[in-house]
Design a protein around this ligand. Structure first.
Ligand code: RP5
Length: 161
């Protein structure tokens, strides 16, 4: 974590961290600094508003927001900042994350949230997408991202073992 981080990763609960850690991990691999916080739309609404309204001044360029169940967090943050918000539907205990997905993806026109897949794949891809957005203005990061993708391709065996 650092005052110069351009990517914020926020989540509604400590219980989301196991999933959201995937976003943090891939961004760390790409040498992208992150600022990671627990910010709940329901339990800490003032903290959420303070974070969202201060996101631009804090220097963030992308916000990754993960939440589960009645997952208002990404939309509520997007409502209070123009900075791109990537929403990760965390897999819920009751409905396997379908509730999280629908809560995040069905934003009304005017306040976009870029919604990823449910769970760990979505968190990983949110990290990669955040890096891709930053890479538009950062050639070194673009190179690291291309290398990361090439290494992934190289790991795929031609035949199953
Ligand atoms: C949401 O409620 C959180 O994002 C979390 O996914 C879900 C359950 O939270 P806990 O009861 O585990 O704290 O706000």
């Amino acid at each position: 974590m650092s005052g110069s981080a351009k990517v914020a990763i926020v989540m509604g609960s400590q219980s989301d961290w196991e999933t959201m850690q995937r976003a943090a991990d891939v961004l760390a691999e790409l040498e992208v600094e992150t600022d990671i916080r627990i910010v709940s739309a329901h339990r800490t609404p003032e903290r959420m508003a303070e974070f969202a309204r201060g996101a631009e001044e804090s220097g963030f360029h992308v916000i990754i927001a993960g939440a589960g169940g009645a997952a208002h967090l990404p939309g509520m943050i997007a409502a209070q900042t123009h900075i791109p918000v990537l929403g990760v539907p965390v897999k819920s205990r009751a409905l396997n994350g379908q509730d999280s997905l629908l809560s995040i993806v069905q934003m009304p026109a005017g306040i976009p949230v870029g919604t990823l897949a449910i769970g760990e794949a979505g968190a990983t891809n949110a990290g990669l997408l955040a890096a891709a957005i930053l890479a538009n203005g950062d050639g070194d990061l673009a190179t690291r991202l291309k290398d990361w993708r090439a290494a992934q391709t190289a790991r795929v065996a031609e035949r199953p073992e």
